[in-house]
Design a protein around this ligand. Sequence first.
Ligand code: ZN
Length: 118
Amino acid sequence: MICVICGREGRGFCWLSPKLGQRTSDGKRLFKRFCSMQCQSLHARRIKSGGGVVIDPTHNEKAAMEMVLPRLGEYVASVGMEKPLSLYNREEILQMVDVVLTAYFDNLRDITPDDVPF
Ligand SMILES: [Zn+2]
């Protein structure tokens, strides 16, 4: 299972909605997994602050996403600007995902060095 905060692989940390709390559409309590206590704590803080379980990106996360664009553009240019995404091979797609994730987390660490949950 994937961490609902950062998207990394879950490592045994979890959260279950209260007995009288939110439920899934089929009536089950909500269950979330996390990669670390930091992500679990971040999730708990967001719920307590009224953020609910739907986690919108923060201002810093949005900024980090925006800052990915130059590195994504460089990668796309290296593959070939005229090449449609549908013609990328598996290795090119995986490399693009790596470029985006690495740039995103690098940017987020740079923007919020004391607040990154990993
Ligand atoms: Zn996480």
